[in-house]
Structure formats: C-alpha cells, structure tokens
Design a protein around this ligand. Structure first.
Ligand code: MD3
Ligand code: FE
Length: 221
C-alpha cells in the first residue's frame, strides 16, 4: 500500500456524529444532539438570564448550593430555608419566570422523541450553572406533580462526570461523562434513580468559558 494514501483515520469514529448511548432501561445519552441548535439556543439563554439572573440558593439545611440556578417556563424550581418547591413567580424579582423560549421547547421535544418519548410537554426548565469546583450531591427529583413524564437535560460548556445511581442512596452509581452538546433523557423506571454531579474540573470552554450550564426540562405541574 502506498503510505502516502493510507488513511490513518479510516476506522476512527467520525466526530460530532450524533450517537445514542443507553445508560439505563429507559435512559439514554444523545451525544452532540444540541450542537446544531447552539446558535439559536445561546441568545435565547441570554434573554432568559437578563430577566431572571443566576443566583445561589439556600437549602432547607442552611447550606448555600455551589450551583447557581435560574428557571424559565410556567414553573420554576426554587429552594430556601423553608423547603423545595416549584413556583410561578421568581422569588428574586417577584415577577413570573421568563417564558420558555420556543427553541428550548422544540429542542427538548426533539430529544425526547429521539429517545422514544412522544408528546413530551415540559412546563419547566431549570437552568443550572456550575463553575469549577461546583457539584450536585446524590439526590432524587421528587418535587414534580407526576413522575410519568421523562426528564430531558442539556449539557453545555465544561464537561461533567454524572453519577447515575440506584433507587437507594447507598446503591452503586454508574459514572457517565457528559460533554458540551450532549442531551440525556431519563424516563419510566429510571425516573426516580439517585443522581448527582462530581465537582467540575478547572477548564476553559471555547464557547462558554469557565462554566458548565445544564438545562433540565420537566413536566412539573
Ligand atoms: C437522572 N441536575 O437539577 S441532569 C437537577 O447536570 C439535576 O445539572 C444535574 O440533577 C445537572 O436536579 C443532572 C438532570 C437530571 C434530572 C433528573 C433525573 C437527571 C436525572 C432523574 C433521574 C435520573
Ligand atoms: Fe436532579
């Protein structure tokens, strides 16, 4: 074989080729699914944050969360000393949470459909911002009115190691790396699994800078 025409990368994975990785019975990662949407997504995110800026919230236990939060949609998730809940108004501004941008809704529905969940109608998008060192301890998501709908999460910016556990806190967790543009869909039997995020490592993302941003779409009401 002529060494000049031999293609070293002939067998390599094509880059940015969307893939579906199954991580649970009814959960999967859609690798790179959000990438083609970014030019529409990021300006819409900025508009939401201009109305409802990131803020660090206090848990009922009195700890300040390392992750800063905002929300859009009819319902937004908040926490303070008195508990966790979904509200219609942003407690910071006293105004309704920003409307969910059309492009957010379309992306969440396209991803849910790709994962096998037709008719996903989220009424809430929680926006989490992680700077290096920020983490989310193992927990279950139990504040929604029903667990029938899936949850769709979009990862942007710095990578994260997601912990996907079992149905009890002590169960062994699976580690799933999540990268810029990945979307995870959890549903059905996996909806009440414990999960968390390990501390974000130092880094500078070319598009998002020194942060990881995660959108979590839910049918909360
Ligand atoms: C897995 N956020 O906001 S993705 C959360 O990356 C949260 O910011 C993480 O956990 C993040 O509550 C993880 C969202 C997620 C939401 C619900 C789940 C993952 C889930 C329910 C079951 C299993
Ligand atoms: Fe969660």
């Amino acid at each position: 074989m002529n060494p000049i025409t031999f293609d070293l990368f002939a067998d390599a994975e094509p880059e940015q080729q969307p893939r579906l990785d199954r991580i649970g019975e009814q959960s999967c990662v859609l690798r790179g699914f959000a990438l083609p949407w970014l030019d529409q997504l990021l300006p819409a995110l900025d508009a939401v944050l201009a109305e409802a800026p990131f803020r660090q919230m206090i848990t009922p236990g009195g700890f300040t969360m390392s992750v800063a939060l905002s929300s859009c949609g009819v319902l937004g998730w908040t926490t303070d000393r008195s508990g966790y809940r979904y509200t219609r108004d942003d407690p910071l501004t006293g105004k309704p949470w920003p409307k969910m941008p059309e492009v957010f809704l379309e992306l969440a529905q396209a991803a849910a459909r790709e994962a096998g969940f037709a008719d996903f109608v989220p009424d809430s998008c929680l926006i989490n911002r992680y700077v290096p060192g920020a983490k989310m301890s193992l927990h279950q998501d139990k504040d929604e009115a029903s667990y029938a709908a899936p949850i769709v999460s979009v990862s942007l910016g710095l990578p994260a190691m997601f912990l996907f556990g079992g149905f009890e806190r002590g169960d062994k967790s699976q580690r799933v790396p999540l990268f810029h543009g990945d979307i995870v869909v959890w549903g059905g039997v996996d909806r009440l699994r414990y999960h968390g995020v390990l501390p974000i490592k130092d880094g500078l993302h070319p598009r998002l800078g020194e942060q990881r941003i995660n959108f979590t779409f839910r049918t909360a009401g």
